[in-house]
Write a protein that binds this ligand. Structure first.
Ligand code: ADP
Ligand code: MG
Length: 693
């Protein structure tokens, strides 16, 4: 097994080992040097790499290559090109340096949020050599960034790389003050939740097919109340799926590590070992893709939607985030000596202040129509952003903050940094599952992400806001006359000014909403409320200052997110209307007709038919209500304000259409529980979640 695993792991990746083996030594060295300096490869070097890549890929059975990129619709895109090139009467396999470095997909159908007029629809893709090329579906995939010809980012990778550079630069300035001159990068380990259901059931539900979630469906007799699914034994079919998935991911060099059942029936989770942020992002996109593909091989469908089933938990993604030096030292690891402690506290304070000052951005980064069903619904973190630190660490910070300048000075001038931190047991820090942003011993865990999200968006925000604070810290400390005194003051003032963001209590409790209000914390309860703030002047200034987004890029992203929200709800409403009109009402009427026929026949024979009559009466009344509510929903969808993608439209969808959908669902779900399962047109929750037939 050991030997096999080492053959398998990364076997489809053109990684550093492969490059070392396959590239001429001089080319390899030159490439490393260029990349370390953050410069562009020359065409000559690229040509040699491209050729080696092609030979390697062909040996692995590849016939095509593609620039693999992440447009703003949140999925990945690829346009396959065969390696073939004509040579007299036959073809040769070719792949040039130019083809490796840059591509021109016909990209006019990708969302640009107005960044690109159709006459200049072309965008170009550029190789991101910090993420390895890999083979899937017999195609050599080259991870690329996607930009317009004027250099505006049209994708999720470009701004992520920019944000990584920014935080790396600022963190490095801080480390220099502590006498360390090393590179810093952010690390991410995304825990991914998902549902698996039988493909036969999926195929019979238009709502799952069109929208990824059930728009209708009565509660099953059993939900998740027994807590018997969480970490339970895997069903053989699911275990086979997971084993198969692990193998596929390992081939791609993805460190899939933990697979287990989650809270809801049919819900599961996969966690990889963390990696550098852009690699983790690419890998998570691939993980989601392979979850879907591998499920299909097992007659299953993988649902990545945030809320596929009402009444049981939805799915999220926990974004574990930290900063590490190029030597692998974790900067959020509390140290063993005063100097490391001080450095740790400074980075911790930077995150605390960043989260407090930019609650809006973190909230916006996890906004979507689907995630609205989770945030604040007592199964996922509340919509209010706060930080969980655990009692011990909070007490330490409060003690530090409350010391007077004088007292502090007396004590610390002789030390190198701040006081030695008492050791706090790491295990006690991770038990509060209700916090959106929790310190878990040596990393922060941002828990509000939706399961279907690209982790790119939230990490762009995290990197940028923390970089912004680190920059201000560095500006202040570089000027300091006495580093230790200034450092202590900075830490103390930061805790004092931003401790309102720290909350260790129960985030699901209604009192927290009131308390958060008193503390002046933001509470954008839905996407429609949150999104417009993306382009608030403070945010435009922040992203411009760090060169992560231009104002245009920010506006275009907001427009895309808003349009996405509106379109999602529109599709859901239309799907619901069709399901009700074409399947549900006819089914109920058919059953009522069966009941009335039975009652008539019984009457002819002189037998009392009160159950049939009573049920027929009740169901007729339900049908009337369903008919009027579905007509109401249809009228609401017709009446959407005619300003596509604008703010008013989002609010209308949220306030009017979603409400009408909920009212319609309520009565349909009550009706489902009264109608014979033989007549009901769709697989029930019991069938989908528990396999009950
Ligand atoms: P749990 O949250 O279930 O207790 P762990 O804390 O072991 O599990 O890890 C959860 C995720 O956090 C994993 O993907 C892991 O690789 C990731 N992780 C651990 N350390 C770091 C780090 N320094 N930076 C980013 N992610 C990390
Ligand atoms: Mg976790």
């Amino acid at each position: 097994m050991e030997a096999k695993m080492s053959d398998l792991f990364g076997s489809m990746v053109f990684n550093d080992d492969v490059m070392k083996q396959r590239l001429p030594h001089a080319t390899y060295k030159e490439m490393k040097k260029t990349l370390a300096a953050g410069k562009d490869l020359t065409l000559e070097i690229a040509g040699v790499i491209a050729n080696a890549m092609k030979d390697w890929a062909i040996e692995k059975g590849a016939t095509h290559y593609t620039h693999w990129f992440q447009p703003m619709n949140g999925v990945t895109a690829e346009k396959h090109e065969a390696f073939i090139s004509p040579d007299h009467d036959h073809v040769i396999m070719e792949f040039s340096g130019k083809e490796l470095i840059q591509g021109e997909p016909d990209a006019s159908s990708f969302p640009s949020g107005g960044l690109r007029a159709t006459f200049e629809a072309r965008g170009y893709t550029a190789w991101d050599p910090t993420s390895y090329a890999f083979i899937k579906d017999n195609t050599l995939c080259i991870p690329t960034a996607f930009c317009s010809y004027t250099g505006e980012a049209l994708d999720k990778k470009t701004p992520l790389l920019r944000s990584m550079e920014v935080i790396s630069r600022q963190a490095r300035r801080i480390l220099k003050l502590f006498g360390r001159d090393v590179n810093v990068e952010t690390t991410v380990g995304p825990e991914q939740e998902y549902f698996l259901i039988d493909k036969k059931d999926f195929d019979r539900r238009p709502d799952l097919i069109y929208t990824g979630r059930t728009l209708l469906g009565a509660r099953p007799s059993k939900g998740q109340e027994m807590d018997d699914h969480y970490f339970g034994t895997l069903k053989p079919r699911v275990a086979e799926f997971m084993a198969d998935l692990d193998r596929e991911l390992w081939k791609l060099g993805i460190l899939a590590k933990t697979e287990h059942n989650e809270t809801a029936p049919s819900q599961h989770e996969l966690a990889p070992i963390y990696a550098s942020t852009n690699v983790a992002t690419d890998h998570n996109q691939l993980t989601m893709e392979f979850m879907r593909k591998v499920a299909a091989r097992h007659g299953l469908v993988c649902l990545l939607h945030e809320k596929p089933f009402a009444g049981v938990n939805g799915s999220g993604k926990h974004n574990n985030w930290s900063l590490a030096t190029s030597e692998g030292y974790n900067l959020l690891n509390p140290g063993d000596n005063p100097k490391d402690n001080a450095q740790f506290l400074l980075f911790l304070c930077a995150v605390i202040r960043a989260v407090d000052e930019h609650q809006d951005l973190l909230r916006i980064s996890v906004s979507s129509a689907a995630n609205d069903h989770r945030l604040g619904a007592n199964e996922a973190p509340p919509a209010i952003i706060s930080i969980f630190l655990g009692e011990e660490l909070t007490e330490i910070l409060e003690a530090l903050a409350s010391k007077s300048d004088y007292e502090k000075k007396q004590k610390t001038v002789m030390d190198i940094g701040v006081d030695i931190l008492p050791k706090f047991p790491r295990d006690t820090t991770d038990r509060n599952r209700t916090s959106p942003f929790a310190f878990t011993g040596n990393k922060f865990e941002f828990r509000s992400l939706g399961s279907a999200f690209s982790v790119s968006g939230p990490n762009i925000i995290l990197n940028t806001i923390v970089a912004d604070v680190l920059e201000q810290f560095a500006d202040e400390l570089e000027q300091a006359e006495d580093f230790t005194v200034s450092l202590n003051r900075l830490i103390r003032h930061t805790i004092r000014d931003h401790k309102r963001i720290i909350f260790n209590g129960n985030g699901y409790a209604p009192e927290w909403i009131e308390e958060a209000g008193r503390r002046g914390l933001l509470n954008y309860t839905c996407t429609a409320d949150a999104l417009p703030h993306f382009t608030d002047p403070k945010n435009v200034a922040l992203f411009r200052h760090h060169g992560v987004f231009t104002e245009n890029e920010l506006k275009s992203r907001t427009a895309i997110m808003q349009e996405n929200y509106n379109k999602t709800i529109r599709i859901e409403a239309l799907t619901m209307i069709d399901m009700v009109n074409r399947d549900i009402l006819p089914a109920v009427m058919g059953y009522v007709s069966f009941l009335t026929d039975a009652a008539l026949k019984k009457a002819q024979l002189g037998i009392a038919a009160s159950p049939e009559k009573a049920l027929a009466q009740t169901l007729s009344e339900k049908s009337e209500l369903i008919t009027s509510r579905v007509a109401g929903l249809a009228a609401d969808v017709e009446a959407v304000p005619a300003c596509r993608g604008c703010e008013a439209e989002s609010h209308y969808y949220h306030d009017v259409v979603v409400q009408a959908m909920e009212a319609l669902r309520a009565v349909v779900d009550q009706t489902e529980l009264l109608v014979s399962s033989k007549y009901w047109p769709y697989p029930s929750y019991g069938e989908m979640l528990f396999g009950v037939r």
